[in-house]
Design a protein around this ligand. Structure first.
Ligand code: ACO
Length: 334
């Protein structure tokens, strides 16, 4: 059996936070943000809208586009660093219930911005081992809930949203995910973390900051490691699979910063048409960014059955991952 990406969906909350809005909140400018990141605006969830609400809406679209019955979904994986609840229950189990899926296997994974690629690799393993047939993977984030809107180094970057994909078993090798790389290096943990609130934080400091889960980032150091790691990773996965970069129809990188995407795209000699960019309108939505970007090219008609995608992500952990994925569409064989 091969694991095929059959459908995609996404949800974006309606409220928009522009660079001009941020100019009033912190000491920054639209010009600085756009020049350094490529971001113009990001979407922010309503105060009573949760990560599972957004994940559920993206999942409903992906399920409807797949043509599958709900009862055919036998595993749900949600990649998130902004779950509905800190420890439990998992966001995946809440999404399952909101979707009306009973007794399905459901769990979250934590790999920050690489979460969707990690989830894809887990789905692939479950399907290829014969344990599951139709896996719903979701990347959903309410990053606004863990963003410190007094910290100009991070609050300009992040947005909310969700993306979902159905990965199904196929006996057609040409439909199957070709390869996935995933990696991590915890020695860089302090570059990007939520230092408070977990078992590693000081419990005698019960002030607001200690109780919060705000993200802290050493942006410039993270930037350099990101460019180096991502470039090496995509070059390696293409080489191992004997694929020239010209065979890639859509390069779908994690949407963190236009300058990182450009550096990696240039290293692969990709042209502008191959590179998928959504960072300008969504900002960095961590685990949701890759499926949201795939959904964008699907809805605009750019993504066609058989198109080869190269996914590439990097995030807190540090974690990274890349994947070579044909878009199978509904042509899967179950
Ligand atoms: N507005 C204006 N000035 C700012 C802002 C801002 N919002 N933020 C920082 N500055 C200032 C700094 O204080 C600094 O000033 P100084 O020179 O007087 O000291 C100057 O701008 C340059 O700061 P740098 O941090 O060096 O700026 P850089 O060009 O690196 O851009 C950024 C910062 C956008 C954060 C970039 O480093 C970045 O994108 N890093 C990678 C982020 C990433 O990929 N993270 C991983 C994924 S996220 C996840 O996993 C959840």
């Amino acid at each position: 059996m091969y694991a095929a990406l059959c459908s995609i969906g996404a949800y974006v909350p309606s409220k928009i936070l522009t660079n001009a809005d941020l100019e009033v909140m912190v000491d920054t400018t639209d010009e600085w943000i756009f020049k350094r990141t490529g971001i113009k605006e990001r979407h922010i969830a309503a105060s009573d809208e949760t990560t599972s609400d957004m994940g559920m809406k993206a999942a409903e679209i992906a399920m409807q586009r797949s043509g599958l019955e709900k009862s055919q979904i036998d595993l749900i994986i949600c990649a998130t660093i902004s779950p509905d609840y800190f420890c439990m229950p998992s966001t995946a189990t809440i999404i399952a219930t909101k979707l009306g899926l009973e007794k399905v296997t459901a769990f979250d994974i934590s790999a920050a911005c690489t979460g969707f690629v990690y989830a894809l690799s887990i789905a692939k393993a479950f399907i290829e081992s014969g344990m599951k047939k139709n896996v719903l993977i979701i990347g959903a984030e309410k990053l606004s809930a863990i963003t410190d809107y007094t910290d100009r180094g991070t609050c300009i970057l992040f947005g909310d949203g969700a993306g979902a994909a159905i990965i199904s078993a196929s006996d057609d090798k040409t439909k199957g995910i070709i390869d996935i790389h995933t990696g991590s290096d915890g020695s860089f943990a302090d570059l990007l973390m939520t230092p408070n609130g977990g078992s590693g934080s000081a419990h005698d400091e019960l002030d607001r900051e200690a109780a919060s889960c705000f993200m802290k980032m050493k942006g410039n150091e993270t930037f350099k490691v990101a460019v180096r790691t991502l470039t090496n990773d995509v070059i390696e996965i293409l080489k191992e699979n004997n694929l020239p970069s010209s065979d890639i129809k859509h390069f779908v990188p994690h949407q963190a910063n236009y300058r990182i995407i450009k550096a990696v795209g240039d290293a692969l000699n990709l042209n502008d048409e191959q590179v998928v960019l959504t960072v300008e309108k969504y900002g960095n939505t961590s685990g949701a960014s890759i499926p949201m970007a795939i959904n964008d090219i699907y809805e605009s008609g750019r993504l066609q059955e058989g198109d080869l995608m190269l996914l590439d992500a990097f995030g807190g952990g540090l974690t990274w991952g890349s994947a070579i994925v044909p878009f199978a569409g509904k042509s899967r064989i179950i």
